[in-house]
Write a protein that binds this ligand. Structure first.
Ligand code: GTP
Length: 315
């Protein structure tokens, strides 16, 4: 199957999977539709209205994607409920009936988005376009190792703390060596994820100790501080540092996310587009977070968890 055929087939399985889903499309940051599928039982006049509202959805993506760099939203319209799910460099748009519960659809939208991203961005041909029956899955538990990487004081410990304990501390206590924290949570109803998070010290003098913790990791969050440009410029050195120990991250199938933290601060020194460009060149998704007010913190870890689950369970 060619890539476009795979995408169409995946969307078809998605739309037919739930009777509440009316249509789905994958739209790029320029607002162009890469693939779409509608419920085939729809009346012709409804098809027209749905197409028109997808047109509006793509305008919205075009307008807002370049500002935020990532996209996730739920909007209720006359046509029904729109769900926007980040899908690698693109956005998966789902239109569901008015009375649909977004919590029923969201897990599948994440899976479809992740599969589509792997098919499109990584040109992975072996990804299956079938969707799992999550309700019928045996309870499954995964343990994943994740490491936090980046310069000192960019907010690595604070991000982990916000994710694990929903707390934030404005005092800065530099990490000595490594902090290890665990967090278990349900990604989908019967899929439990247990993260062992290694928050390694960013200060230069911990270099030797730090490397000991790289081995065996399945995911890495590369963090910089949007209010300190040099922390952004150092990201490529951090990638090299990790790769010198673990080898090519893509080949090792290690899931990586680039994070610009401290977006609550007014003095931003790193432009959204340059960060996104770096993310693209490294093959990483990019997100902006604030460990202080919690913006996107759960989403960032959730994104990684979905990627790992899709790889391990749902191929
Ligand atoms: P090392 O342990 O030295 O590698 O630092 P780190 O990257 O773990 O940074 P840490 O989480 O200790 O945060 C450093 C300082 O930045 C602390 O004073 C935090 O309170 C502050 N900080 C972290 N995240 C944010 C944020 O999102 N917004 C704001 N305003 N401050 C933050």
């Amino acid at each position: 199957m060619s890539t476009p055929e795979k995408i169409t087939e995946l969307l078809k399985n998605y739309v037919s999977h739930s009777k509440e889903i009316i249509a789905a499309a994958i739209i790029d940051p320029e607002g162009l539709v890469i693939g779409s599928k509608m419920d085939e039982s729809m009346d012709e006049d409804v098809v027209g209205a749905v197409s028109a509202s997808f047109g509006m959805a793509s305008e919205r993506i075009k307008r807002e994607f370049s500002v935020t760099g990532h996209y996730g939203a739920q909007i209720e319209t006359e046509q029904g409920l729109f769900l926007f799910t980040q899908c690698g460099k693109n956005v998966l748009v789902t239109l569901a009936s008015e009375d649909a519960e977004s919590s029923d659809i969201l897990p599948y939208s994440y899976i479809v988005a992740e599969k589509a991203a792997q098919i499109l961005d990584l040109e992975k041909r072996d990804i299956s376009v079938e969707l799992p029956e999550l309700e019928k899955l045996e309870p499954t538990r995964f343990t994943f190792k994740l490491i936090m990487i980046g310069d000192g004081a960019v907010g690595k410990t604070s991000l982990v703390r916000q994710f694990v304990e929903h707390k934030f501390d404005s005092d800065y206590i530099s990490t000595i060596g490594v902090n290890i924290m665990t967090k278990s949570y349900n990604l989908f109803e019967n899929v439990e994820i247990k993260f062992s998070i290694f928050d390694v010290a960013g200060q230069k003098y911990f270099r030797k100790v730090r490397k000991n913790y790289y081995r065996g990791t399945q995911a890495i969050l590369f963090v910089f501080d949007v209010s300190r440009k040099e922390t952004f410029e150092n990201i490529t050195d951090w990638v090299k540092d990790v790769e010198s120990e673990l080898g090519d991250l893509k080949k090792q199938k290690i899931k990586c996310l680039l994070i610009g933290n401290k977006i609550d601060l007014p003095d931003r020194q790193v432009k959204m587009m340059e960060a996104k460009k770096l993310g693209d060149s490294l093959g990483f998704n990019f997100m902006l977070t604030s460990a202080k007010d919690g913006t996107n913190v759960n989403k960032a870890f959730g994104r990684i968890a979905t990627k790992l689950a899709v790889d391990n369970l749902l191929v």
